[in-house]
Each structure stands twice: as structure tokens, then as C-alpha cells.
Design a binder for this molecule. Structure first.
Ligand code: MG
Length: 240
């Protein structure tokens, strides 16, 4: 490392002195990025598929002891009042793709209309809600980092239509004393529109009170059962 730094500073000083005249001198050839290809369904070759429409094999009930029992039909999975579900596998920082659909039939308003949520590490919620002509508190609407960050715009499609989130989650880092030494960050695209641009996660998503920052390891991704029959499909992630 020291040799590389010394070489870099030597090259920099030579460049500043006007002694480097060749473009090749500043080219970097190694390492080369590994190849990731996309299939016909836009699935990256290095993705971990969490739900492909067939079964909930990658999921379990929130307590971790029972199988996930949301309803799987028509290539999607739908909240059915049996409680939150979570991945069997734990994750750190990820790129997540998830598609969701709130019920076509409107039965409530505000937070009661198509409410669910994507929780990273079971703690940090990107809100799922039907906010198509449905007003609620801004920091709790669809695409909000719940009670922490208002989405930049409202990109909601009408109820009953499929929508998608593409989310980059950078996990917070804690030291061995249990102190948070680097915050987590979230970037969210909603239906292709940037709605959260690398925003800082202040701590856990809390319905009442302030975010908490208790040290934790990598943890599961959780989907919320808020009592509304929200559907999901095509869920995959890439570990970062
Ligand atoms: Mg929610």
C-alpha cells in the first residue's frame, strides 16, 4: 500500500511538473469489474431471487419459527393478516428490486389505504402506501423513510396497478463498543423516479418516538402486514 501511495504521489508530482505527456500514464487496467449480465426479465446474473411468483421458500414468519403463510397466487404474494414475513437469510448492504400493488378497491384513507412496508434489517422502513390522491403525513407516505425523510416527489400509480421500488440500502456500521460509527443510507427509485437521494438513516423506524441506534449485525428483510391486502412480486436483490 505504501509503495502504491508513494508511486501515486510521484506520478502526481511529475504530472504537476509537466513531465507526463502520455494519456496511457493515467490509465488503470487492473482490477477489471466482473461481468454481470441481464436476462430477458431484467434479472441481473448475480441477483438472489427472493420471490419469483411460485413459492415463499426464501421467507418465514416474523418470529422465525413458522413458515411464511401469505397467499401465493397468480405469480404474486398477498398480505393476508397472518403477520409480517421476513427473509430466512440475513443481509448487509443491498440493491433491492420489489414490485407492489395496492388493492384496486379503496376501503379506507390516509395510513389505512394499502399500507405495508419494506424493512431493511428488520428496522428501517421504506413505506408502501397507496398515496394516489390520498393525503397523509408527508414523512409517512409512499416512499418515505418512515418518519425520517419525505420522498422528493409523489410517483404513485393508481390503486390496482403494479408499481416498483429499486432501492439501494447501505447498512449502518457499529463498532465493537456498540456505537454507531457510520450511519446507513437509502436511495429509492419509485417507478423509475428518484424519490430518495442517498439520505441518512437516523436509526430505527418508530411509529411513536425517536429513532434508536442499538448495535446489530446483518439482519433480515421484512415485509409488513398492516392489515391491507397489498401484493408483491418479482423480488430480488444484489448484495453490495
Ligand atoms: Mg407501513
Amino acid at each position: 500500500m505504501r509503495i502504491i501511495i508513494t508511486l501515486a504521489s510521484l506520478l502526481l508530482s511529475m504530472a504537476l511538473a509537466g513531465q507526463i505527456t502520455q494519456p496511457e500514464a493515467s490509465e488503470v487496467w487492473e482490477p477489471q469489474p466482473r461481468v454481470v449480465s441481464i436476462d430477458k426479465n431484467d434479472l441481473p446474473s448475480d441477483a438472489i431471487v427472493l420471490f419469483d411468483g411460485k413459492n415463499l421458500d426464501a421467507w418465514e414468519a416474523k418470529d422465525g419459527e413458522k413458515p411464511a403463510s401469505w397467499k401465493v397466487a397468480d405469480n404474486c404474494v398477498t398480505v393476508n393478516g397472518t403477520g409480517d414475513i421476513q427473509t430466512k437469510q440475513s443481509f448487509g448492504s443491498v440493491q433491492l428490486h420489489i414490485e407492489w400493488r395496492t388493492p384496486a378497491e379503496i376501503v379506507s384513507e390516509g395510513q389505512g389505504r394499502g399500507n405495508s412496508g419494506v424493512f431493511f434489517q428488520k428496522r428501517y422502513e421504506v413505506q408502501v402506501l397507496d398515496n394516489y390522491n390520498n393525503k397523509t403525513y408527508s414523512n409517512g407516505q409512499a416512499g418515505a423513510i418512515y418518519k425520517q425523510h419525505i420522498p422528493l416527489v409523489n410517483a404513485c400509480a393508481p390503486p390496482g396497478e403494479w408499481q416498483k421500488y429499486d432501492i439501494i440500502f447501505e447498512a449502518p456500521i457499529f463498532n465493537t463498543d456498540g456505537l454507531k460509527i457510520r450511519s446507513g443510507y437509502l436511495t429509492v427509485f419509485h417507478n423509475g423516479v428518484l424519490i430518495q437521494n442517498h439520505v441518512e438513516i437516523y436509526g430505527t423506524s418508530e411509529y411513536i418516538g425517536f429513532p434508536k441506534n442499538i448495535a446489530h449485525e446483518a439482519d433480515k428483510i421484512m415485509l409488513q402486514d398492516h392489515g391491507n391486502p397489498v401484493s408483491f412480486r418479482n423480488i430480488w436483490l444484489r448484495e453490495l
